[in-house]
Design a protein around this ligand. Structure first.
Ligand code: NAD
Length: 311
């Protein structure tokens, strides 16, 4: 059903995901507001479209990989957006892999299913959108080893599985619309808090005279063991091949972590849940951005927050 794929948002992640779909044999057409990246795809013979609506006109399925909720709303419901006139000829399926708040994913799901479909009631009664954010960074996007966490219709999820597996190695069905987005922001919230905990403990340990390498050995064989400690240690010199060993270059940008914590904080507010760690973690990462570290890996919180060093 999904031979013609439209892909919108060809940034760090999207350009690599689109490449993997092309290599898997899908007929891919692309759109981005960045003309430079559009030119690069056009030079390789990939059809480029000027607007999201033009992508919708020629695709069976459209995948979006955009920075944040406002960009996603713009691409779907803005002028010349994917569903702007509420009367779709095609496509039957939309997949949004951007990290956005679950409330926006749920509102979009209603908006998409309310679109009258003029023809092709051959799969489902109405068009469907899945929220399918990813775990794994740019390298996983490049090597096709992302994990997709998917919310929305289970039937659509199963129908789209081979598409996901062309861009990733795992897919996890999370339940109804918005649950993929919810899973993603909860994962990143826990990751942020564990990174802060490890950084704070290492800063205290070092100021009490324990070498970071020794403390790492203890953590990694004791109850403090976690991904931030044993796979992504934020203290320079403890591990090789992680951002802390290369001046926090590459990895997962501090500004993206600040954005994701903001989504978690807003979601907590909407549901009325008190989340003190979320608020504090958000403040810390927002402060790091203001101090000019927004492009560095988020584990730079160890150096720039806990030891106050500028370089
Ligand atoms: P990016 O900023 O590199 O790419 C976004 C792309 O969207 C850009 O090419 C931009 O020009 C395009 N764009 C913006 N507004 C547009 C519009 N209105 N119409 C068409 N194109 C538009 O971002 P990224 O790193 O690829 O991340 C994309 C999403 O994936 C984000 O939500 C991010 O949080 C999430 N994510 C990123 C990573 C990572 O490591 N980079 C990992 C997991 C999830």
């Amino acid at each position: 059903h999904f031979e013609n794929v439209g892909f919108i948002g060809l940034g760090n992640m999207g350009s690599r995901m689109a490449n993997n779909l092309i290599m898997a044999g899908y007929k891919v057409a692309v759109h981005d507001i960045n003309h430079e990246v559009m030119r690069m795809f056009a030079e390789r013979g990939v059809p480029t479209k000027e607007t999201p609506f033009e992508i919708a006109e020629t695709s069976d399925v459209v995948i979006t990989m955009l920075p944040s909720s406002s960009h996603v709303l713009d691409v779907y419901t803005g002028p010349n957006g994917l569903i702007h006139d509420g009367n779709l000829l095609r496509p039957m399926l939309f997949i949004d892999s951007s990290t956005i708040d679950p409330q926006t994913s749920r509102r979009l799901s209603v908006a998409v299913s309310n679109c009258g479909l003029k023809q092709r009631k051959d799969i489902w009664e109405t068009p469907i959108i899945l929220d399918a954010p990813v775990s794994g960074g740019v390298l996983a996007a490049e090597t096709g080893t992302l994990t997709f966490m998917v919310g929305g219709s289970e039937e659509a999820y199963l129908a789209a599985k081979s598409l996901f597996l062309s861009m990733g190695k795992n897919t996890i069905y999370c339940g109804g619309a918005g649950n993929g987005s919810a899973a993603k922001i909860c994962n990143n919230l826990a990751m942020a808090v564990s990174m802060l905990g490890v950084s704070e403990a290492f800063a205290l340990g070092q100021s009490l005279g324990i070498a970071a390498g020794t403390l790492a050995k203890i953590f990694n064989s004791s109850s403090a063991r976690c991904w931030s400690s044993d796979s992504y240690n934020p203290v320079p010199g403890v591990m090789e091949g992680v951002p802390s060993s290369r001046n926090y270059v590459g990895g997962f940008a501090t500004k993206l972590m600040a954005k994701d914590l903001n989504l978690a904080a807003e979601s907590a507010k909407e549901t009325g849940l008190t989340c003190p760690l979320t608020s504090q973690a958000k403040e810390i990462f927002v402060e790091l951005c203001k101090e000019g570290h927004e492009a560095k890996d988020f584990s730079c919180v160890f150096r720039h927050y806990y030891s106050g060093k500028d370089e």
